[in-house]
Design a protein around this ligand. Structure first.
Ligand code: FES
Length: 164
């Protein structure tokens, strides 16, 4: 094992590290894999743990500041503020084609927050995710571990009211 791998393993578990290295291997320059790797980390932990940025910077061989700037720039990355419930919204192709935009607009309107943010009362956090394998109910979202199809704003309101 390479000595830097030991440090990385302290935060990123082995499976995740393998996936990250696989992504990195597809690109001519390691740093080009940064968004893919950040998505992988977010899917794994449910947010981007601050400590993982240092490890990722090491794998990509870029300064830590660069990784921090990328995370800060994109609102799709969740920096880990706690909330009682996590709403995951699929932003992949099938859900996109099936009017994900209406779902996202309705969520923004009802909750008053954007991706990566937490409602003022700490009740909900909005997180974008890649395909969750529930394309049959696109456009789909999850509240904690429950999967739903978006069927209009009224129904969405009703669903959210089940999560105090
Ligand atoms: S594309 Fe959204 S669940 Fe598959």
């Amino acid at each position: 094992m390479h000595s830097s791998d030991k440090i990385i393993n302290a935060m990123l578990d082995e499976k995740l590290l393998e996936k990250i290295k696989e992504h990195v291997s597809y690109f001519p320059r390691k740093e080009q894999a940064i968004l893919l790797c950040l998505h992988e980390i977010q899917d794994h932990y449910g947010h981007i743990p601050k400590e993982s940025l240092k490890d990722l910077a090491q794998v990509l061989e870029v300064p830590l500041k660069h990784v921090e700037d990328v995370v800060a720039f994109y609102d799709m990355f969740d920096r880990g503020e706690p909330a009682r419930h996590r709403i995951r919204v699929c932003v992949s192709i099938v859900c996109d084609l099936m009017n994900k935009k209406a779902l996202v607009d309705a969520l923004r309107e009802i909750l008053g927050i954007d991706f990566g943010e937490v409602t003022k009362d700490g009740r909900f956090k909005l997180v974008p995710v890649q395909c969750l394998g529930a394309c049959a109910v696109a456009p789909m979202f999850m509240v904690d571990e429950d999967t739903y199809k978006f069927e209009g704003k009224e129904k969405l309101h009703e669903i959210l009211s089940r999560y105090p």
